[in-house]
Design a protein around this ligand. Structure first.
Ligand code: ADP
Ligand code: MG
Length: 322
């Protein structure tokens, strides 16, 4: 059973963030750190939105401000139209947050943990759905186990369960699958998609491009506390479709052959590396060019740029545009 959220009449966005800033104060161990540099972001209702960025980009800081766990240094944020400063209760009631870190009170059973959480949100006893939520997350048979006896995967599912007790229209998952095995990842993705089909707006942070690609319909990239791209998945992937064809020729080669000088090619040791776009260039066409240039191929593979390359490219592009 999953709760359902019919499309609301009031079309305030799920999240609306303006000029959001956060600077962590200096401590004995570390100097002051600006984690968010004035972020503007609107997340529409009904989306599965991916906030993608490398470690340290500011993802958890943003999520924790929305959750009321971190105080912002400037700017504003509203959840389903409720300002987190002036309409705090309604804002809190509108989101469930699945934190990145597994920190739980290990002395309760899963059932008790959900009931406590429901109490914290003021959900009346008659409206509690603890049993249903446990069942939906495959924890029905662990209802009365001690949390310390649960596996890491079960604890993660319990964190999701806890975020759902007050039936929030917006669910935020912070790095839900970091360090999770493939089977559990698949289960989590399926469950998140089911919640989405029933009308819950889903926001997830990740540093895995594949995760954002598999789940999200819109993706924003955050890098060093700034949003550097925000668009539909389709547009984003078109932008990121750069691939590299790496060819080891049979006979050693010291420079890119003259006949291939119009391609975006470089030498990396013995390997000839040709950049191409998977959407527009065909590998067989490139291979024909290589053969026509008189090379025979001993080995070849293709590589995708890693996310770090993509962030670099995007941040350089935005620097250049300024
Ligand atoms: P992400 O979730 O994208 O990995 P975070 O929001 O956790 O990034 O961190 C953003 C930056 O803020 C990092 O440089 C991190 O070291 C710093 N940071 C995060 N939390 C704290 C804190 N409590 N005190 C000081 N610095 C912090
Ligand atoms: Mg984080």
């Amino acid at each position: 059973m999953t709760p359902s959220h019919p499309k609301p009449d009031d079309l305030s966005p799920a999240i609306e963030i303006k000029g959001l800033k956060k600077t962590y104060k200096a401590s004995k161990k570390a100097p002051a750190k600006t984690a968010l540099k004035g972020v503007d972001l609107v997340i529409p209702r009904g989306s599965i939105f991916g906030l993608l960025g490398p470690n340290g980009a500011g993802k958890s800081t943003m999520i924790n401000i929305l959750a009321g766990l971190v105080n912002k240094s400037g700017g504003s944020a509203a959840i389903c139209g409720h300002d987190i400063d002036t309409d705090t209760r309604a804002a809190r009631a509108s989101i469930g947050i699945v934190p990145q870190e597994i920190a739980m009170d290990v002395f309760f059973t899963p059932y008790q943990a959900l009931e406590l959480q429901a109490g914290y949100y003021g959900v009346p006893k008659s409206e509690r759905r603890s049993e249903d939520i446990l069942a939906a997350l495959g924890l029905a048979d662990k209802r009365d186990a001690y949390v310390r006896q649960l596996s890491g995967g079960m604890k993660r599912r319990l964190l999701i369960a806890k975020a759902l007790v007050h039936n929030p229209p917006v669910l935020i998952l912070d790095e839900p699958t970091a360090g999770v095995d493939i089977e559990l990842r698949r289960q989590l993705w399926e469950y998140v998609q089911e919640l989405h089909r029933n009308g819950t707006t889903i926001i997830l942070t990740t540093h895995y491009l594949e995760e954002a690609e598999a789940l999200c319909d819109q993706i924003a990239i955050i890098h060093q506390g700034e949003i550097v791209a925000n668009e539909s998945k389709v547009d984003m992937l078109a932008r990121l479709d750069k691939r590299i064809l790496k060819i080891t020729p049979t006979e050693s080669l010291s420079a890119v052959p003259e006949a291939l000088s119009d391609l975006n090619a470089t030498m990396d040791g013995e390997q000839l590396c040709i950049s191409y776009r998977s959407g527009t260039d065909s590998i067989s066409g490139l291979l024909n060019r290589v053969k026509a240039a008189g090379l025979s191929i001993s080995d070849l593979r293709t590589e995708e740029p890693d996310l770090e390359d993509v962030f670099m490219a995007l941040t350089y592009a935005s620097d250049a545009a300024e």
